[in-house]
Write a protein that binds this ligand. Structure first.
Ligand code: HC3
Length: 402
């Protein structure tokens, strides 16, 4: 490591970072079990990450009002590209580096809403599986008839750095047009590991496949050894089946997902632009901790988060252990009673016809239900019936003082 590289780390952390790097060289792929030094631990649980899809409700609902199907699909692409910075670079910007998120427990819930000129946009995010870790979410805006649901898991490996393949997908539904868009999720790797200031770079490509006959393919690239620019994207939108035909491209988008991108039509005229720095975000409203159910993320993790912020590793581990033990007890009890933990807002589906129909446009894409402990769908009946306190686990966590 050069002295310049080393400068990113506080002097007191250099030793622990070195040991961390040595330990991940023999990384077994389980991100949850990775033990990171205190200064790189985040106080945010992965259930909260679902909110990144909708921090700009105006862009999320914009396609619903567009009558032209091609422009509608283009607005879906624009919204998707606008979410990338939130999803993959916002923590880095806010905290100075990508940190290790809290690993949600089964049944953990993160709920909130955005209120602005678009009306209310709701969020429900639930940890539907612990082994493997899977987070499912539903985001909806009734005023505009826009619904997004999806779930994700991560498969990680180590080769020079941490590589993560996302398993799962999102589906955007527009009520007015009875239209669905299947969204596949990008692979990523961690840059800046050696210097102690990790950040995410996206790889390869993803698809947005509309049931209205248009597909967008997004290609990601970064700064290579020789050439390339950080966080680059190139996207093309074309009719189904025309991925390889340059003549059939309807729109292109080009730029940096952390910054600006431009959308052009087939005549290469600029039809839309996006500037990540200028786009206003609506703050997510989350119930105050005292009003939350013990299953809710910020309440359940509050003592762990406070200890991380103080840099108090003993209390961090002790409080984490309380949650883990309580979970272990719950699982034992369920096994003894021959039942499974009842997910609060999501159910396992036998299949997903819309996925099977649209995936034909995305080479190699499959549900991989074995990697996500099932296929998860938002269960409207459960959601309508759900009223806090949510479950027995709430009582268990309260008993343990979490
Ligand atoms: C890989 C990741 C956890 C997973 C994060 C996901 C894929 C979760 C779903 C979101 O919609 C998008 C998303 C964004 C960032 C992903 C995280 C980046 C780093 C984190 C690793 C577990 C942390 C690695 C530890 C360290 C110290 C090197 O940063």
């Amino acid at each position: 490591m050069s002295s310049e590289e080393g400068a990113a780390l506080p002097a007191s952390s250099k030793g622990s970072w070195g040991s961390f790097l040595k330990s991940i060289a023999s990384f077994n792929g389980d991100l949850a079990s990775m033990t990171a030094p205190a200064f790189i631990l985040s106080t945010t649980s992965l259930t909260e990450f679902s909110a990144y899809w909708a921090e700009m409700p105006k862009l999320l609902v914009a396609p619903a009002a567009e009558k032209d199907p091609q422009k509608r699909a283009m607005l879906v692409l624009k919204w998707f590209l606008s979410t990338l910075k939130q999803q993959y670079a916002s923590r880095n910007e806010k905290l100075g580096s990508e940190k290790k998120p809290l690993n949600p427990f089964l049944g953990e819930l993160f709920m909130g809403k955005w209120e602005d000129q678009e009306g209310t946009t709701h969020l429900v995010s639930e940890q539907v599986s612990h082994h493997p870790p899977v987070t499912a979410y539903s985001i909806w805006n009734d005023k505009h008839g826009v619904r997004l649901q999806g779930y994700n898991a991560q498969k990680a490996s180590f080769s020079r750095t941490i590589h993560v393949r996302q398993v799962g997908h999102a589906i955007l539904h527009l009520d007015a047009w009875d239209e669905d868009y299947l969204i596949t999720l990008p692979s990523l790797h961690i840059e800046g590991l050696i210097t102690g200031s990790p950040y995410v770079e996206l790889n390869k490509s993803t698809y947005i496949i509309g049931s209205n006959g248009f597909t967008s393919k997004v290609e990601y690239s970064g700064k290579g050894w020789v050439s390339g620019t950080k966080n680059s994207i190139t996207a093309t939108m074309y009719p189904h089946g025309k991925e390889k035909s340059k003549h059939d491209v309807i729109y292109t988008a080009e730029g940096a997902w952390t910054n600006n991108f431009t959308i052009k039509n087939a005549k290469k005229e600029v039809v839309d632009t996006y500037n990540a720095k200028a786009e206003p975000k609506t703050p997510l409203q989350v119930a105050p901790i005292e009003a939350q159910d013990p299953l809710e993320t910020r309440r359940a993790w509050q003592k762990v988060a406070a200890a991380i912020l103080k840099g108090d590793m003993n209390t961090t581990s002790a409080e984490k252990t309380l949650i883990e033990n309580s979970q272990r007890e719950m699982r034992k009890k369920e096994a003894a009673e021959g039942r499974e933990w009842e997910r609060r807002f999501f159910s396992k589906a036998k299949g997903l016809p819309i996925f099977e129909q649209l995936k034909k446009e995305a080479p190699g894409e499959s549900l991989e239900a074995d990697q996500t402990n099932g296929v998860w769908v938002f269960d409207q009946a459960k959601a309508s019936a759900a009223k806090p306190p949510f479950s027995q686990l709430s009582k268990e966590l309260s008993k343990n003082g979490a």
